[in-house]
Design a protein around this ligand. Structure first.
Ligand SMILES: [Zn+2]
Length: 336
């Protein structure tokens, strides 16, 4: 995933503008450095998730055990043997939970050539055929100069989705749930519209063609939610109702401090769905490790390992989404 940086126009008096903008940027930088110095240097221990009594059938410990098995497959870039093993594991777990699984294989044109990819969808059959889609990416970013196991980035959500399948089970009252495991979220070279989000872009196009996209009523995307120092960012572009349901649920369940008021615009697998007109929200903790410095040390580095993530964080997000789904159903009933 990536920050969205607004484009700038440059014309006339360029030198003057550069000096002026440069000055302003230096000022802003110094101002915010002073403000966030503490946050930049040291993780805030209160951001470590603690879990009391079980509030839902979602079991963070069981999710963490799956995460250990997924990480043990090693680096799992698109097209790799390790990702094929991960896929087998995902399908086995979903089927063991009683879900039916759909495979959407495709060939992606990437900057490193053609790569075979597969989106997987686990289906929880609802009493309504309308769909609430929960998405994540299950591959890890390709790095050739170091070993990247993506315990948080790619791993955590994959395990979390499998536990969500078990927690809800094969059927439910309300809308049908699609648990989508996207391949090819990460860029192979430099993030761009063409080099990123291969799986989610492909699924949106496929569902458009099959006529199924109109059944998808909302989409929740999860990414990097395993961080032991959990702070999910507000998605400034999500519809208010969807945001409120999730944040209110978190507050009610005692996880309020892990669902931040700080907004961050991130490009991720929800974007193709949002561009297709579907209400979407991105749930991401893009301050991995709880401080700016920790984030830099861990995100897309060899340090994205199991010791940086926790069962409690998986539990917190699991509890919140498990319960929020009831309110999402109730809200969608009112706008039918
Ligand atoms: Zn990533």
């Amino acid at each position: 995933m990536k920050f969205r940086i607004p484009s700038e126009h440059q014309d006339g008096h360029i030198a003057m503008k550069i000096i002026l903008i440069g000055g302003i940027l230096v000022f802003i930088f110094l101002f915010f450095s002073a403000l966030t110095m503490k946050r930049a240097l040291k993780p805030d221990e209160t951001q470590r998730v603690t879990v009391g009594k079980h509030q839902t059938p979602f079991d963070g410990t069981r999710a963490f055990q799956d995460l250990e098995r997924i990480v043990a497959f090693g680096p799992r870039p698109s097209g790799s043997e390790a990702l094929e093993k991960t896929r087998d594991f995902i399908v086995r777990q979903l089927e063991a939970a009683g879900l039916s699984v759909r495979r959407f294989p495709f060939e992606a044109a990437t900057p490193i050539g053609k790569v075979n990819m597969v989106n997987l969808v686990g289906i929880i059959k609802g009493t309504s055929p309308d769909i609430i889609l929960i998405g994540n990416h299950y591959e890890t970013k390709l790095f050739t100069d170091f070993t990247f196991v993506g315990a948080n980035d790619g791993g955590s959500t994959t395990a979390w989705m499998l536990e969500m399948a078990r927690a809800i089970g094969p059927t439910r009252q309300g809308r049908t749930i699609w648990l989508c495991f996207f391949d090819g979220e990460e860029a192979f070279k430099t993030w761009s519209r063409e080099d990123s989000l291969y799986g989610s872009r492909h699924l949106v196009e496929t569902l458009k063609k099959s006529g199924e996209l109109s059944s998808v009523k909302t989409m929740i995307n999860v990414d990097m939610i395993g961080d032991a120092y959990l702070g999910i960012h507000r998605d400034p572009d999500a519809p208010k109702w969807l945001h409120s349901i999730i944040w209110d649920t978190a507050e009610r369940m005692g996880y309020g401090k892990h669902f931040s008021r700080r907004g961050m615009t991130i490009e991720d697998d929800h974007i193709p769905f949002r561009e297709a007109g579907i209400p979407t929200i991105e749930l991401i903790d893009f301050m991995y490790g709880g401080s700016v410095i920790d984030h830099q040390r861990t995100w897309h580095t060899p340090n994205d390992t199991l010791d940086k993530v926790s069962a409690a964080s998986l539990q917190a997000v699991g509890d919140v989404i498990y319960n929020a789904l009831f309110d999402i159903d109730a809200y969608l009933d009112t706008i039918k």
